[in-house]
Design a protein around this ligand. Structure first.
Ligand code: GDP
Ligand code: MG
Length: 169
């Protein structure tokens, strides 16, 4: 089994941290400063007979006013074309206009592609109950195949994402 899985989301939600955790090594630069990753970064996870190519996809949130932005956006969108699954990463504490823009891009969905919502940085959230209104709102906006609270840095539910990625191939 072999296939690709894209990681999408606005800057700073933890895409690169998640990619590194999924691969068990540092291939993607993580930073407090948004937009560290301008190019796609891929990594291959090999496990028995299955090989999954994970793609860290920056730029899907960018407004298309400038030519360079359209270009970055097209590169990001084209990396979604052949994937088996999309991991939409958001920050459990904040939903922004950029998140909304990414969600809009995902709406042109191709039916056999799984889209999962990974609500990241839950290690930062003291009151887990606070997550529920957020989850309910997001579930209303979009028909996700799965909604998972995760911590990319601590590894919470990262194995579950790997399992789902493998099942999607
Ligand atoms: P990207 O722009 O989406 O690739 O985000 P990065 O992976 O570069 O992460 C942005 C910032 O969020 C960095 O300071 C990370 O250390 C932090 N971060 C990422 N994942 C988590 C997490 O699960 N928990 C916490 N507390 N911080 C995280
Ligand atoms: Mg990044």
């Amino acid at each position: 089994y072999c296939g690709m899985v894209a990681i999408v989301g606005r800057p700073n939600v933890g895409k690169s941290t998640l990619l590194n955790k999924l691969l068990g090594q540092k291939v993607s630069i993580t930073s407090k400063k948004p937009q560290t990753t301008r190019h796609r970064i891929m990594g291959i996870h090999t496990d028995g007979p299955s090989q999954i190519v994970f793609i860290d996809t920056p730029g899907l949130h960018i407004e298309e006013k400038r030519a360079i932005n359209r270009l970055m956006n097209r590169a990001a969108a084209s990396s979604l074309a052949d994937v088996a699954m999309v991991i939409f990463v958001v920050d459990g504490m904040t939903w922004t206009a950029d998140d909304e823009m990414v969600l809009k891009k995902l709406q042109h969905r191709n039916d056999d592609r799984k889209i999962i919502l990974a609500i990241n940085k839950v290690d930062n959230i003291k009151d887990k109950e606070a997550l529920f209104p957020y989850l309910t709102e997001l579930a209303k906006k979009f028909d996700f195949d799965e909604i998972l609270p995760i911590s990319a840095s601590k590894g919470t539910n990262v194995q579950r994402i790997l399992d789902m990625a493998r099942e999607s191939l």
